[in-house]
Design a protein around this ligand. Structure first.
Ligand code: TXA
Ligand code: MG
Length: 338
């Protein structure tokens, strides 16, 4: 299949919307990462998403809407806490899980009785959703297991020839996927950290739990609260290890590991002091800039043929929690204390 490369003109977005209505797959930008969209109410279309990504069929998809009014038909009801979150954070980089209505089929929900809903704030995504006129199921537009795409070029690398069209809306503002919270459990629970932080959510709805798999490897045999947690994620070809400790100790460690194929994944301004090839992925102590650069850095390490990567360790609160959550998965949970 020839994949149409579209821009963000009204005409291009109208065509993209028409393709979605016809049951085709269209990749589009959001403020978090690029999504791979299909009409969420067309199960045949949604099934193609799993095929294009190589995604396990039990891993449910997020349903994207243009307006808050589009949410009610997808869920059983909108409880008070959900209303508070929608009022404060929609549109924006947050996904909320609620018990699903009958409109949502098994393919979208991965067989669960819940649905994840999100209203993106990126203007291109918003206009496309309006023009499509249907709710759009969309996972990140990467091949399953690779880093999520933060620019159209990365979507092309993974999806050209497999989908009807890619809308190029430039770089994604945040660079990590949306925060995912479930309200379908007795205590609201954070399933995936993102730019809307735990602290911000708690300010609206009170205490929330954090699913253990957010910051640690799941124990063998444990059931994932979110199916996406159990799959290998964001993994570059290189073997990544996170080194937890200050820069002086990190530098000392790298000085003793300068073999060919070793790369440093460090913070801005640090690389030149290390004596090995490096990629910098944002400012120290600044989760927002780290989130913006992390997935590009992981893809670039592969392009350079890095074999062994030693990464500086992000913090674990605020937006840094999202960066840490993605990086420990890229590192297959290898974290070394310095
Ligand atoms: O920022 C984002 O959320 C991007 C953009 C395109 O919107 N989408 C995205 O989708 O990251 P995806 O499919 O790559 O990640 C969705 C995550 C998965 O880990 C999935 O298991 C989880 O959300 N999820 C979806 N529906 C769920 C449900 N009903 N219950 C529990 N987890 C769910
Ligand atoms: Mg994904």
């Amino acid at each position: 299949m020839e994949t149409k490369q579209l821009g963000t003109t009204e005409q291009d977005l109208a065509l993209a919307g028409e393709l979605l209505r016809q049951g085709q797959l269209v990749a589009f930008p959001t403020e978090t990462v690029y999504g791979l969209g299909a009409d969420a109410l067309n199960e045949t279309a949604v099934a193609q998403i799993y095929a294009a990504k190589g995604r396990p069929s039990d891993n449910p998809l997020i349903v994207h809407v243009a307006e808050k009014a589009d949410i009610a038909p997808l869920v059983q009801e909108i409880p008070e806490k959900a209303k508070k979150l929608f009022d404060r954070f929609f549109p924006g980089p947050l996904t909320v899980i609620l018990p699903k209505s009958d409109k949502i089929g098994k393919v979208v929900s991965g067989g669960l009785d819940t649905v994840a809903v999100r209203m993106p704030e990126n203007p291109v995504a918003h206009r496309l959703l309006q023009l499509a006129g249907v709710p759009v199921a969309a996972p990140s537009a990467n091949t399953s297991g690779l880093p999520s795409p933060t620019r159209a070029k990365y979507v092309q690398e993974d999806m050209n020839g497999k989908i009807a069209a890619i809308v190029d809306g430039g770089d994604c503002a945040y660079g990590v996927e949306s925060t995912v919270i479930t309200l379908a459990t007795p205590t609201p629970t954070l399933l995936r950290p993102g730019a809307v932080t735990k602290e911000m959510l708690e300010a609206e709805i009170g205490p929330i739990a954090v699913a253990p798999a957010v910051l640690e490897k799941m124990a063998d045999g444990e059931t994932a609260a979110s199916p996406g947690m159990k799959y290998k994620h964001y993994a570059p070809k290189a073997q990544v290890t996170i080194l937890r400790g200050d820069f002086a100790k990190y530098k000392e460690f790298i000085k003793q590991h300068t073999e060919p194929g070793v790369w440093a994944l460090c913070f801005d301004g640090e690389g030149a002091q290390l004596g090995v090839p490096f990629i910098e992925y944002g400012k120290n102590h600044d989760g927002v800039t780290q989130a913006h650069h992390l997935f590009t850095a992981l893809r670039d390490l592969d392009k350079h043929g890095a074999q062994v990567v030693y990464a500086r360790c992000p913090e674990q609160d605020g937006v840094s929690m999202a960066v840490y959550n993605r990086l420990i998965r890229a590192a297959a949970f290898r974290v070394v204390e310095l």
